[in-house]
Ligand binder design. Structure first.
Ligand SMILES: [Zn+2]
Length: 217
């Protein structure tokens, strides 16, 4: 335990994923001897991860063991990987469509795309294409590259002005030909995501469309 202040603690190292980029943080518990503290939420703060607990009682120097709520985390990993897959499907019908926002949830998630229109036929195509990718059982590859090298890749070139120079190493997520810079948590294979159902779409202003989706199981 590096630091404790009321219900908030910082650890020397942690496997808890902090809330970031539309993905909720991990939950779980910290065990200190016979005492258990529920981790309600984690957030990034000044380069460290602050764990918000359900009660105070821990102090700097305490030895704790972290346990991540795996059911919660795995579901979010599937949902997050599903967002990459739906983006691939969207871009298969509209090559220049970009993700403009998104929020991962346990029951339902959403993603916004720069799309002029989203007819029921297009929604059906996106859903079918998404499930084709899921069923193809494609490996989700993760690697890190220095930014100069990363931006030499044509798929990532467009991000060179988006990612601030303070990020020297780019974490690349690749599914088949699709590449993205992403710090989130992913499953290892697209088949782990399970069947994707697009539940609803909404217009979020000119040239912006929102897609809601759920996963089976
Ligand atoms: Zn990702």
């Amino acid at each position: 335990m590096a630091k404790a202040e009321g219900n908030s603690v910082e650890l020397d190292r942690t496997a808890f994923y902090p809330e970031s980029g539309g993905q909720p943080s991990d939950k779980g518990k910290l065990v200190c001897g016979s005492q258990e503290f529920n981790v309600l939420k984690c957030k990034k703060q000044a380069g460290t991860v602050v764990h918000e607990l359900d009660k105070p009682g821990l102090k700097a120097g305490d030895k704790v063991k972290g346990e991540i709520d795996w059911q919660w985390r795995y579901r979010l990993m599937r949902m997050h990987t599903g967002a990459h897959i739906i983006t691939m499907a969207v871009q298969s019908i509209s090559q220049n469509a970009l993700v403009t926002g998104g929020q991962i949830g346990f029951e339902e998630s959403r993603d916004d795309y720069s799309l002029e229109e989203l007819t029921p036929e297009l929604v059906k195509q996106i859903e079918e294409k998404s499930n084709e990718i899921v069923n193809a059982g494609i490996e989700v590859q993760i690697r890190q590259l220095p930014r100069e090298e990363a931006f030499k890749l044509p798929q990532l070139f467009k991000l060179r002005d988006v990612l601030p120079p303070s990020i020297p190493i780019i974490r690349i997520i690749q599914i088949a030909e699709d590449m993205n810079a992403c710090g989130g948590t992913h499953v290892k294979n697209t088949k782990e995501v399970g069947k994707i159902t697009i539940t609803e779409t909404k217009s979020k202003g000119a040239g912006n469309r929102r897609i809601y989706y759920k996963l089976e199981g």
